[in-house]
Design a protein around this ligand. Structure first.
Ligand SMILES: *Cc1c(COP(=O)(O)O)cnc(C)c1O
Length: 486
């Protein structure tokens, strides 16, 4: 036999292990299904947070030459991955910005991985690209953006924001020496992904004016306008203003209409960070809070928050398609075939990614399976739960940031404590909530004061969880007070 053929046959045998047959696949799937069903049933009784990490488990994560059986690996997964830290699928996850992770999205990811369609370029998989673009069309529709606007499904809000900032940069030709005179405006409550995007986009030399928020934690439009005027008079080049449709810290929605008008008057690109709050536009009673978002030049919106999808899907919408393509479009010789008869814009021309996960499917499947109404109701429910929680906190002697605009409530215990003792009290409260673990809330610093946040955005969070949360907080408050008296 030809020695080359002999060698091929020799290595083919162990390589075949990578392609399991029907029976083996069945067995794998049963194991994984059993595990995930157990996990979902356990959610009701399991903690939302577990701070006791067993570090020794790391040793079991060593890569081996021959592999391990699946049940053993699932056991490792449970101990090393599922248990420690925040249980982000839990109804009790009320920290940061939760989402939950809709089950059909997992099935869509499964299909995306099994079929392994290439979602980067229309030529490669017209269907996958069409689904992605359909999802973007729907986002444009609900945000009242024109059909001609472009967009991209990204890994999250951070990359979405980077894409928008880069488009703004290129639309205003902010390069080289021009960057030093360029000015970017946001409030002090802007998400830190903006700072990252500015740096990555090479805009560090630009001036970033972080305008202090008003008493409602919002960007004050009048101060913004005065500052822009002043900067223009001084020969600077204001080109970008970033506002928030729901800040991460307090859930405050800026006056998007006023900021849009100012941006238009002075020729600035207006980017709205709606990563957290954007989907509340689906709720009739909240729609007016986002008024003016349709006049923005670009929007960040996170389906892994307001659409309850698993982590790994954000979106950016941008009106100026040309500038977006200027930043990202690229033709390589080895991709000659890829541009022959495209009828739709390809994600690869609109984002830093070439090869990407087929994210559209995990949004498409739940949206089509359940219909928009289910999402609308769930979002309204979260808002109403936040109103209820705020009321309960107030009735139990807590200071709050007022009625929540969307679904984040900030609160702290002040009583007649001075600021220093109040900080100690509230830090202790959040520490004990974490120790208890049944629900997870996070703390933040606002105006140098410690506040707790209750962020209600998991599709699994209903009235019972919020009642339980109120009960836990009341009990812990009492305990801390009792100990302080000793
Ligand atoms: C979550 C969030 C971001 C960042 O998005 P990622 O998906 O975490 O990258 C940006 N802005 C706001 C308001 C957010 O809530």
């Amino acid at each position: 036999m030809n020695p080359l053929i002999e060698k091929i046959k020799e290595v083919e045998k162990p390589a075949l292990k990578l392609d399991p047959g029907t029976e083996q696949r069945d067995a794998y799937r049963r194991e994984v299904t059993r595990y995930s069903e157990d996990f979902l049933h356990r959610l009701n009784s399991d903690n939302a947070y577990n701070g006791n990490n067993d570090k020794t488990i790391i040793n079991s994560l060593e890569v081996s030459e021959t592999g391990k059986p699946l049940p053993q690996l699932l056991e490792i997964f449970e101990k090393a991955v599922e248990k420690p830290g925040i249980n982000a699928a839990s109804q009790g996850h009320l920290g940061y910005i939760p989402g939950g992770g809709l089950y059909p999205a997992a099935l869509a990811d499964y299909l995306a991985a099994v079929t392994n369609k290439y979602a980067g370029i229309y030529f490669g998989s017209p269907g996958a690209v069409l689904i992605e673009n359909k999802m973007l069309d729907w986002l444009k529709e609900i945000m009242q953006f024109p059909k001609e606007a472009t967009g991209h499904l990204s890994s999250g809000g951070s990359i979405a924001t980077l894409t928008a900032i880069t488009a703004a940069r290129d639309a205003h030709a902010v390069t080289g020496a021009a960057a030093e005179k360029a000015v970017i405006y946001s409030s002090t409550q802007a998400h830190h992904c903006l700072h990252k995007a500015i740096r990555i986009a090479g805009l560090s030399p630009a001036i970033h004016r972080e305008i202090p928020t008003d008493s409602q934690h919002k960007l004050p439009p009048d101060i913004l306008e005065v500052q822009i005027k002043k900067d223009k008079q001084n020969g600077l080049q204001p080109f970008l203003v970033v506002s928030s449709a729901g800040t991460t810290d307090t859930g405050a929605v800026d006056d998007l209409d006023a900021v849009s008008n100012i941006a238009q008057t002075y020729g600035l690109h207006h980017h709205v960070d709606a990563a957290y709050g954007g989907f509340f536009i689906l709720v009739d009673s909240l729609k007016s809070r986002l008024k003016g978002i349709e006049k923005a030049d670009s929007i960040t919106i996170d389906p892994h928050k307001g659409m309850f999808l698993p982590y790994g899907i954000g979106a950016v919408l941008i009106k100026d398609t040309l500038s977006t393509m200027k930043s990202h479009h690229y033709k390589a010789n080895y991709m000659r075939d890829a541009y022959s008869d495209d009828v739709d814009l390809s994600p690869a021309d609109l984002s830093p990614e070439l090869t990407k996960h087929f994210r559209g499917l995990r949004m498409w499947l739940p949206l089509h399976l359940f219909g928009v109404q289910a999402f609308r109701s769930a979002l309204e429910e979260k808002h109403l739960l936040a109103l209820y929680f705020e009321e309960e906190m107030r009735n139990n002697g807590f200071e709050t940031g007022g009625k929540p605009e969307l679904s984040v409530v900030i609160f702290r215990y002040k009583g007649d404590l001075n600021e220093q003792r109040a900080a100690t009290f509230n830090n202790e409260l959040v520490r004990r909530i974490h120790l208890d673990g049944r629900v997870f809330l996070s703390a933040t610093t606002i105006n140098r004061q410690t506040w707790l946040r209750c962020a209600i955005l998991s599709f699994r969070t209903h009235l019972s969880t919020i009642r339980q949360t109120v009960g836990i907080i009341k009990k812990l408050k009492k305990e801390i007070k009792a100990q302080n008296l000793e």
